[in-house]
Design a binder for this molecule. Structure first.
Ligand code: NAD
Length: 477
């Protein structure tokens, strides 16, 4: 069993609490590591270090800051195989998918390093003679980054890379369920000659150490990736200091399959979007609306494809398509939602129950029909491999059903008609829409949800802007 330490003010340290959090491999149920149970004192020490380091860090040329990001990318690549194994073990993520996450994370650091010479301020026309108006972009200051368990390594980079590139310093807290890759990265960061306090990694509960991070007056911005409930708590907790928040929260993505869709593409797109990482992805397809004229045919192919999804040991070679849920709670939550849907009249064409496996917390890939729009399974995030499929007859009906949702993260349409594509892009109220493909974003895009899916967003140019604030100068000469 590995023991990790926090990384505060340039040093690897235990917690003041002297308590530990044990981390379980969800597939084997083995305790694989322990991390410090950080407390308020640890949060304060890390924030003080970040605040102390920020001015000098921001004063460095952006290209110099980018140099550290490139070295972080290189260190990740040097240990890519080991990191993927650590990630697969802490999450029961299938090994090839864990490898993709590690490799994309290295790319992410390189990608943001590339922004060093690109991000700009503005020169604005004045209404007065002999006046220049400048808009400077300045780092927001000290960032508290709070991560979920589903993409622990990538989401860590999604916060650390733009923060450091923009001249912010950061204190980052991983989920207590999946802290191992973050603390492996902390050990790498400790080998760089980074000024102490520029990047800090702490561990602990959301409502304890996490709350201390978000309520501190030293924190200039909170970036959370997590549930709507945590987002709501953070909005409340940051109200007194009016601290900036950037929130990437949950989703309930619709996939709309029109009558003229290529059925094989649609079936593959929806299956891939539902079972990737065992359905535990914020942008997963969570409900499908299929035109009545192809409903039966779609269901036949889709159900067969969901039955064909192989699940099992994430380390097996060849790899399965799907692995365990993150823990028993998550497995029970999915099961309870499906059971309530079945009791309310839904019918499972396949699945509908906890998988009968010797180890892990598996849930059978599940296709539900006879569902209504008002059912919980159609309205609330399942975060597992179960999907209701509903019929529609008119275009307007499909769009209205898709938009009728408290979340607004991702959506998809399957059609061969370009006019339908363009009209749907106009009518759908979601931060992302995928056309004839699975739901999965690019690092150069902007991952940002509407409605309860969040405030602000991540990735690309606009993700970098989250960490910068403007300063206007009106200069008379
Ligand atoms: P969670 O909300 O339970 O926890 C996320 C993090 O927030 C954890 O580190 C937790 O300790 C911390 N936290 C919880 N309450 C807090 C509080 N009051 N103050 C400070 N910190 C607090 O979410 P999870 O179960 O880890 O992740 C799954 C959720 O994340 C899903 O809803 C999923 O859709 C969402 N998610 C969204 C995106 C996105 O980009 N929109 C990406 C990944 C996951």
């Amino acid at each position: 069993m590995k023991t990790y330490q926090q990384f505060i003010n340039g040093s690897l340290v235990d917690s003041h609490s002297k308590d530990w959090i044990e981390v379980e491999n969800p597939f084997t149920n083995e305790i694989i590591s322990r991390v410090p149970q950080g407390d308020t004192e640890d949060a304060c020490a890390a924030l003080e270090a970040a605040a102390k380091a920020q001015k000098a860090w921001a004063a460095r040329p952006a290209a110099e800051r980018a140099g550290y990001l490139k070295r972080m990318a290189a260190l990740i690549r040097d240990s890519r195989v080991e990191l993927a194994k650590t990630l697969a073990a802490e999450q029961a993520k299938i090994l090839p998918l864990a490898q993709v996450e590690i490799d994309v994370t290295a790319e992410y650091f390189d990608y943001y390093a590339g922004w060093a010479r690109i991000f700009e301020g503005e020169i604005i026309q004045s209404d007065r003679k002999n006046e220049n108006i400048f808009l400077f972009r300045k780092p927001i200051g000290v960032v508290a980054g709070i991560c979920p368990w589903n993409f622990p390594f990538f989401v860590m980079a999604r916060k650390v890379a733009p923060a450091l590139l923009s001249g912010c310093t950061i204190v980052l807290k991983p989920s207590s369920m999946t802290p191992n890759t973050t603390f492996e990265f902390a050990k790498m960061a400790a080998t760089l000659d980074l000024p102490p306090g520029v990047v800090n990694f702490v561990s602990g509960g959301g409502k304890t150490l996490g709350n201390a991070l978000v309520t501190s007056p030293l924190t200039d911005m909170v970036t959370l990736t997590g549930s709507v409930e945590a987002g709501q708590e953070i909005i409340r907790a940051t109200a007194d200091n009016i601290t900036k928040v950037s929130l990437e929260l949950g989703g309930k993505a619709p996939a709309i399959v029109f009558a003229d869709a290529d059925l094989d593409i649609a079936v593959k797109g929806v299956v891939d979007s539902r079972v990737i990482y065992s359905g535990q992805v914020c942008n997963c397809a969570e409900r499908a609306y299929v035109h009545t004229s192809i409903y039966d045919k779609f269901l036949e192919k889709f159900t067969q494809a969901m039955k064909n999804v192989r699940y099992g040991d994430p380390f097996a070679d060849p790899a399965p398509d799907m692995s365990s849920q993150i823990d028993k709670n998550q497995q029970q939550k999915i099961d309870a939602m499906v059971k309530r849907a079945l009791a309310d009249g839904a019918k499972a064409l396949t699945g509908g129950k906890i998988a009968d496996t010797k180890s892990g917390y598996f849930y059978e890939p599940t296709v539900l029909v006879n569902c209504r729009q008002d059912m919980e399974i159609v309205r609330k995030e399942v975060f597992g491999p179960a999907i209701p499929v509903l019929p529609f007859t008119e275009y307007e009906e499909a769009i209205a059903l898709a938009n009728d949702c408290e979340y607004g993260l991702t959506s998809s349409v399957f059609t061969t008609n370009i006019n339908t594509v363009m009209q749907a892009l106009k009518d759908l109220k979601f931060g992302e829409t995928y056309v004839n493909r699975e739901h999965f974003e690019g690092i150069q895009g902007f991952h940002a949800g509407w409605r309860k899916s969040g405030i602000g967003g991540a990735d690309g140019k606009h993700g970098l802007m989250e960490y910068l604030q403007s300063q206007m100068a009106y200069i008379q000469f």
